[in-house]
Design a protein around this ligand. Structure first.
Ligand SMILES: C=C(OP(=O)(O)O)C(=O)O
Length: 590
């Protein structure tokens, strides 16, 4: 953690990862672990299994949270790191097949009480036992037991996050961590910005913040110490800075910067109706990535020519029951209709591991490594009902406008073929029942986001109708960098020559097979990369809606012939620092 020198003896300025540009100024809403009102109710016999799974899920989430905190603690100076590490190990043990977890499970199963009430009762019993031991060490551990209990109850209730809807407009949220599901609950009309202790720049929380246009800084060490609700906070999402209780001079300076940014945004609106065409007349298709249905308006306001990536994970967030075919169809249909004839590219669920709530935990336990585990299309092929339900909803939604189906985490041609067979069966079943579906069937595309897929792009190009390059995961898997981990954020580098070669390889394979190829990772929405991607042959980019005008402005200034020549020079480089410098030079001259 780096702490700047406070101006005029006041204010505290902290550094983190600026993940969503813009400036927020507002009163702090600190998400803290205070007392929580715990609901109590009796379960019916057939609810017990689901309740136990919900508790298992809350424990899994707690383990992930504690491990992340431990990783952060490792960088603390000297003995602090050891002490906190020791403490967190104890917390970890308490949520891993311990007296606490067994006691809660027993209460759910035998006493038929809901998980929150079971945790509260079990914590009270354990605390009583400790207190009666008259051992000062154990008595001191009561606080730890209670803290772990609060963490579990918070995870079960998603308590503080539900309260986001009650915030005063203009609040700045400060929390240990916001998951993508928490972020999905934020209302930009109430939340001016947010900052968290944990989180990397390319994780889904960061992407969601960009999509919602909410300034955000993640990975801010020391953020929550001594912080009070209501104190004025500045979140500078561009510079990655959080200023707590700023001096009047700093406040005024930031107000002016915010106003300047507003003016720039107004100017960019003027680009909305203009085409995305290079100076030498090559048209580029600019589409939007949709995180949540409510982003649709943003997409249209910013002039999106379609949806290049609809992340259907939102359908599975913040809920315990899986969505059925009708529910999925209704949501997809409204998006397809909302786009008024522009193509919607719907990705089948990229969920698994930690994202599929109690259902997954109950069935498969906690994955050792969620990013490499049973997720996305792998999960769909292992649990065909899940994927069939989603494919059926998509085929039906395709009746209401142009729709393409995109498959995440594909590694082999065989996987594409199996999904196609499944889609054929689903289509036949729906037709037999007289349910209207898209005719012809929607194109099926491959998300190229795993190095293995990029390296077999030639073969995949004959199995797929289109490619969409997911550079976020492609960078993560090529460089072995967890994109959501602030500890390794500085190593995450889409300009690494290895990543660029895989991108180039994929584009060339698509062009040879004459199938459309687009880029939908975050670099597509960053105008610094536009010249390179176009120079490599891409003519379609999909991005968070607020980025569309910025990328369009870059395209309209660009000479494609020159970009192609410069891309060749860049692809000869072996060092990403040099590549970044060459790109900066080009971006500076036009
Ligand atoms: C767009 C991508 O998918 P997601 O960010 O949803 O994993 C990607 O990996 O580039």
């Amino acid at each position: 953690m780096k702490t700047d020198v406070p101006a005029a003896g006041q204010g505290r300025s902290l550094r983190g990862l600026g993940v969503s540009p813009g400036i927020a100024i507002g009163p702090a809403h600190v998400v803290e672990s205070g007392a929580i009102r715990v609901p109590e109710y009796t379960l019916a016999a057939d609810q017990v299994e689901a309740e136990a799974a919900r508790f298992a899920d809350a424990c899994g989430k707690a383990r992930r949270q504690i491990r992340k905190l431990k990783a952060k603690a490792l960088v603390l100076p000297g003995s602090a790191s050891e002490e906190i590490g020791f403490l967190l190990d104890a917390h970890l043990a308490m949520v891993t097949n311990s007296r606490l977890t067994r006691g809660v499970e027993r209460r759910i199963q035998q006493e038929l009480v809901n998980a929150e009430a079971a945790v509260q009762a079990e914590i009270a019993t354990i605390a009583q036992t400790f207190a009666s031991m008259e051992d000062s060490y154990l008595a001191g551990r009561i606080a730890d037991v209670r803290e772990v209990g609060r963490r579990l109850i918070r995870n079960l209730m998603r308590h503080e996050y539900q309260a986001f809807s009650m915030l005063n407009p203009g609040s700045v949220i400060l929390a240990e961590e916001l998951t993508p599901a928490d972020t999905a609950l934020l209302d930009p009309r109430r939340v001016a910005g947010f900052a968290t202790v944990l989180g990397g720049a390319e994780g889904h929380t960061a992407i969601m913040a960009r999509s919602l246009g909410i300034p955000a800084v993640l990975g801010v060490g020391g953020l929550l110490s001594g912080l009070k609700n209501g104190v004025t906070i500045i979140v500078d999402g561009l510079q990655g800075r959080v200023i707590i209780d700023p001096t009047p001079e700093v406040l005024e300076d930031y107000r002016q910067r915010r106003a300047e940014r507003e003016r720039e945004r107004e100017q960019l609106k003027g680009l909305r109706k203009l085409p995305a065409v290079t100076r030498d007349n090559t048209a580029v298709t600019l589409q939007a990535n949709l995180e949540l249905p409510r982003d649709l308006d943003h997409a249209l306001e910013n002039g999106a020519q379609g949806i290049g990536l609809l992340r259907t994970e939102f359908l599975f967030m913040n809920r315990d029951q899986l969505p059925d075919e009708d529910e999925q169809y209704t949501v997809l249909r409204s998006i397809v209709e909302g786009m008024g004839g522009r193509t919607v590219t719907a990705r089948t669920m990229d969920v698994g591991g930690e994202k599929l709530a109690g259902w997954m935990a109950g069935r498969y336990g906690e994955p050792a490594n969620p990013a490499l585990g049973l997720r996305a299309v792998r999960l769909g092929l292992r649990e065909p009902k899940l994927l069939e339900t989603q494919l059926a909803a998509m085929l039906r939604a395709g009746v209401h406008g142009p729709l393409r189906i995109l498959l995440p985490m594909i590694c082999s041609v065989a996987e594409v073929q199996r999904v196609r067979e499944m889609m054929g069966q689903v289509a036949r079943r729906l037709r037999r029942r007289g349910v209207p579906i898209a005719d012809p069937l929607p194109p099926v595309g491959v998300m190229v986001e795993v190095p293995g897929a990029a390296l077999s792009a030639d073969a995949l190009a004959y199995a797929a109708d289109f490619f969409s390059i997911g550079t976020n995961d492609l960078t993560q898997y090529t460089l072995a960098i967890d994109r959501g981990d602030e500890q390794v954020a500085s190593l995450y580098d889409p300009l690494h020559p290895a990543v660029l070669r895989l991108i180039q390889f994929t584009i060339e394979a698509a062009l040879r097979a004459r199938i459309p190829v687009s880029v939908c990772g975050e670099i597509a929405g960053d105008a610094r990369y536009t010249a390179l991607l176009l120079g490599l042959g891409v003519r379609a980019l999909s991005m968070v809606p607020p980025a569309i005008p910025l990328v369009k402005r870059r395209i309209r200034k660009l000479d494609l012939q020159e970009a192609t020549r410069r891309a060749r020079v860049i692809m000869d480089q072996s060092d990403s620092g040099r590549i970044a410098a060459l790109l900066d030079d080009f971006n500076a001259v036009g």
